[in-house]
Write a new protein. Structure first.
Length: 333
């Protein structure tokens, strides 16, 4: 018997070939009952969509990418790409339910071989201002959206990480736990999360009439450079009794610095970080962190990217607000 065609399936289902195509591609709405009927009939008669023909007809590859410019010094180590991979796990499932495959592009140099990967679009994880990765995708004509706003690029649709609100929540928690002099450690790269965190910290200090104690660490130096910077910070400010260190690799370095200076956590120094990953959970003591709802953010990013690929104006969706996860490092649990 000859292989069933899309025309055969459309005739059996009593619908048009276009409806069958949309039922499998997910690019246009099809009544759920009609979609279920089409797919059941397809299984019965052995119909399989011709992906090559679809690609030629639509100009689409059926592939989207998830990419990050965060260096391995931050993304690897004990976290095993935790932040990136937690997003990737949900994004992969969300992509497949929309008949898309997900390609992971881990932390890479600006001149990485993107040309070797055919894709319809890309989700960029927390790009920084003037990030070469953003330009590489744009210069290749690839639609992009981001998780976290791209500084200076209001033309790029994004899923909000609520970094300003997150910072205020953590800073208030540290002060409510008894801290009177709170410092902040961010990165020299100008990612939106750093910018919003610093803005929230500045506003908080100004409202309380207290001095700011801020240090920025180059991400390329990772945990080791964070340890050195934190050691110097604690020596310069012996009365500092709390630190908010959003990057978990930097927080690990800060923990080591505190131990080397015999600053017991949380008795003489309270610590908190942002990402509630393995570094936070396995630290000694475990670090107060934040549930960013990365699973929900990943799903929103996939939907936003598909809308953008389809030529719809990408409006930033409402993303869930972060939730504090208190642990021993801040004197609460």
């Amino acid at each position: 018997m000859s292989k069933p065609t899309i025309s055969d399936l459309a005739r059996l289902a009593g619908v048009s070939k276009t409806t069958v195509s949309h039922a499998f591609s997910g690019r246009r709405h099809v009544d759920p009952e009609t979609c279920r009927k089409i797919k059941e009939l397809a299984r019965e008669v052995g119909y399989r969509p011709n992906r090559s023909a679809q690609s030629l007809r639509t100009g689409r590859t059926g592939m989207i990418a998830l990419a990050s410019s965060m260096p391995f010094s931050i993304a690897a180590g004990p976290s095993r790409l935790g932040f990136f991979m937690e997003i990737a796990a949900t994004a992969a499932v969300a992509s497949l339910t929309r008949n898309q495959a997900l390609c992971l592009i881990p932390p890479m140099e600006a001149d990485g071989a993107l040309d070797a990967i055919a894709m319809d679009g890309a989700i960029l994880v927390e790009p920084y201002a003037n990030d070469p990765m953003v330009d590489r995708f744009f210069n290749s004509g690839i639609p992009v959206v981001s998780i976290g706003r791209v500084p200076g690029r209001d033309d790029i649709p994004f899923v909000d990480l609520h970094s300003y609100a997150t910072a205020l929540m953590v800073l208030n928690h540290l002060r409510d736990a008894g801290a009177s002099k709170v410092g902040l450690m961010t990165g020299t790269q100008r990612r939106n999360s750093y910018l919003e965190t610093e803005a929230a910290y500045s506003a908080s200090c100004e409202n309380l009439g207290i001095p700011q104690i801020l240090v920025r660490v180059d991400e390329a130096g990772g945990e080791d450079e964070a340890e050195q910077c934190c050691t110097a910070l604690l020596r310069d400010h012996p009365d500092l009794d709390a630190l908010y260190v959003p990057v978990d690799a930097f927080a690990s370095g800060a923990t080591k610095a505190a131990k080397s200076l015999h600053r017991n956590v949380p008795e003489t120094l309270r610590l908190a970080t942002r990402y509630d990953g393995s570094r936070a959970k396995l630290a000694d003591p475990p670090l107060t962190a934040v549930d960013l709802h990365l699973d929900a953010l990943a799903k929103l990013a996939v939907d936003l990217l598909i809308q953008t690929i389809d030529g719809q104006k990408g409006e930033s969706p409402n993303s869930p607000m972060p939730r504090l996860v208190p642990r021993q490092s801040s004197g609460t649990s």
